[in-house]
Design a protein around this ligand. Structure first.
Ligand code: ADP
Ligand code: MG
Length: 582
């Protein structure tokens, strides 16, 4: 059959006048559209410039960036928000490598995306004869993503796209690389056969039901709990099982802790939120139910001082990835399956007469929570000049409270740590941040995807250093006229702006920037609105005006250069030298 088809293809090429023909370009675009993928984030160039043009002409949304990493970050965020793979399109070798950072980051975060890269001629690349942008891209991508495929024949484009989609979204989602050599795009074949070669993936992310005995085991552990805790991770947010997750939390009566991107799955002011009693609940809980969260560095690997006495905890873990179980500590009750199915099974097993956790435990959590909330309220009350993190965030906190539907993008060191704990979220999947790696540079890519995919307004809270990684994409934001308001917490440097070079020579310290940068003027250069804000009231007014107008806006918020700590809250990860040089 395949051989026949090939013969027919050859005939088709020869007698092109009589036959309707299609080619690699069109087949790829149609394969994507057939699967409901209508947006491409990328950077044009050889050999995919025409692909972008034609995709736009065929009705796809093609969003061009200034650098591939940001296009890739946008695709990853699109995947997270929609549950469909976000698409990133790059040129060969260098463009591909720029996109690869985002693909690896997406994979680490369990976000579905597909990096589609053009590549140079296989025959020349494999003989290392020095082609334009020569690189064995498939081999390089493989260890950095969930799956990698190359399509050599136009008739395989449909299958290639289908495999990429299924690999990206089934099981634990992740990044997929699709290698398309330049020669593929121009390959022609009979249009009818071409259309027949495309497929719409059926049930790309099938439900995965937990085994009944696993559910029983989990309920058994939960029944014996005296101080239970639920931890919600971004896997739970990704799963879009919002009602059922909320049901599980509320019907169990168990205090819960949201990981940063799970904030808003239940509103942060929910009475069961233990966010303000985080240290206490991690230390004191005896049974911890992990829902789409991993026991990685963000949770001190589930052990050590912050988790109380060794052996004092039993873990129940819901995850779609069986290999995640026991990654760091023993999981007493692994529940392998998708979150909606696992939560539904637990709810069914709990029935209507599930006993609330012991009142003593709830009182202990509540007491800590109210003490900490009061302390925080006091800190937020101080209106300092220049602004510090608390006074600036006190304003933004209220803006988000008044506009719970806006998308919040947040990166930086101190800017991230403070904003995460100070700004309450009220709706699911509204907060996008640095994720599992704690990566810098997701800001503008995430903002673009958040605006495009949701149609909502976006508030980006950026450290000045973090902004620098993707800052040029404010041109992209202006070009597409996206309702994005960027607030830069400008404290003249990385962590702080006060470091000095101890040698006294003319170079400044490695962590400081030009003092008093006017980032707002960059925005004006691209036709956006720039605001220089030196007070809390000024910041508040500017953000509200930006959200009201929906116009691309950048607010340069001047923060005391002495406020901020080394590496924010993860300074403990810095190795310290014990050697004193004379
Ligand atoms: P956080 O950083 O918020 O703690 P992680 O990214 O560490 O979250 O963990 C997310 C987890 O969710 C991953 O282990 C992933 O396998 C899992 N996951 C993602 N989607 C689903 C789903 N639909 N059902 C079950 N588990 C999921
Ligand atoms: Mg800074």
């Amino acid at each position: 059959m395949v051989a026949d088809a090939q013969v027919q293809n050859d005939i088709a090429v020869d007698s092109s006048e009589e036959q309707d023909l299609t080619d690699g370009f069109h087949l790829l675009i149609e394969a994507l559209q057939l699967n409901g993928l209508h947006t491409i984030y990328g950077v044009p160039g050889i050999p995919i410039t025409d692909l972008g043009r034609m995709a736009q002409a065929q009705g796809m949304r093609v969003i061009s960036f200034r650098h591939e990493q940001h296009a890739g970050n946008a695709a990853a965020v699109a995947g997270y928000l929609t549950g469909k793979p976000g698409l990133c399109l790059t040129v060969s070798a260098p463009g591909f490598l720029n996109g690869l950072t985002a693909l690896a980051n997406a994979t680490t975060n369990c976000f579905p995306m597909i990096l589609i890269s053009g590549s140079s001629e296989r025959e020349i690349v494999d003989l290392q004869q020095g082609d334009y942008e020569e690189m064995d891209q498939l081999a390089i991508a493989k260890p950095l993503c969930k799956a990698a495929f190359r399509v050599l024949n136009a008739r395989d484009i449909g299958i290639g796209v289908a495999r990429a989609i299924r690999a990206a979204v089934s099981g634990r989602p992740g990044g997929v690389y699709l290698d398309l050599p330049a020669a593929l795009f121009g390959q022609v074949m009979d249009a009818k056969e071409g259309a027949a070669s495309l497929l719409k993936v059926i049930d790309p992310a099938p439900r995965q039901l937990p085994a009944p005995e696993s559910v029983e085991r989990a309920l058994g552990v939960l029944r014996g709990a005296k101080r239970p805790l639920i931890i919600l991770g971004k896997g739970a947010a990704y799963a879009q099982a919002d009602d059922i997750v909320r049901d599980l939390v509320e019907r169990s009566g168990i205090p819960y802790l949201p990981m940063s991107m799970a904030k808003g799955l239940l509103p942060d002011d929910h009475p069961q939120s233990a966010g303000a009693a985080r240290s206490l609940v991690l230390k004191e809980a005896d049974v911890v139910v992990m829902v789409g969260a991993r026991l990685n560095w963000l949770l001190s690997h589930g052990k050590g001082k912050s988790w109380g006495a060794p052996g004092s905890k039993k873990f129940i873990q819901i995850d779609i990835e069986p290999g995640e179980m026991d990654s760091n500590v023993e999981i007493a009750a692994p529940l392998v399956g998708d979150i909606a199915s696992c939560a539904a099974a637990l709810l069914e097993g709990m029935g209507d007469n599930w006993a609330a956790p012991p009142a003593e435990w709830l009182a202990m959590v509540e007491e800590k929570r109210s003490v900490n909330l009061a302390k925080m309220a006091q800190k937020l009350g101080a209106d300092t000049t220049p602004m510090d993190y608390h006074s600036a965030l006190a304003a933004l906190r209220l803006v988000v409270k008044d506009n719970p539907d806006i998308m919040l993008v947040n990166e930086g060191a101190n800017t991230l740590d403070f904003a995460r704990s100070i700004i309450d979220m009220f709706e699911p999947r509204k907060r996008i941040d640095v994720g599992t790696w704690g990566i810098m540079g997701i800001g503008m890519g995430a903002a673009v995807a958040a605006a495009i995919e949701t149609g909502n307004r976006v508030l980006c809270i950026e450290g000045d250093s973090a902004f620098g990684f993707s800052g040029m994409e404010i041109e992209t934001i202006c070009r597409y006229n996206l309702p994005v308001c960027i607030v830069i917490f400008n404290n003249n440097g990385i962590y702080r702006g006060t470091d000095v070079n101890p040698t006294g020579n003319e170079d400044v310290a490695p962590t400081v920037f030009v003092k008093g940068i006017r980032y707002d003027r960059m925005m004006e250069a691209f036709g956006g609105i720039g605001v220089h804000a030196t007070s809390r009231d000024g910041l508040d007014a500017a953000v509200r005006a930006a959200l009201e107008s929906g116009k691309p806006t950048l607010i340069n918020a001047v923060i005391d250069e002495a406020s901020g700590t080394e590496s924010g809250r993860i300074g403990n990860l810095n190795p310290q030298s014990v050697v004193k040089k004379k």
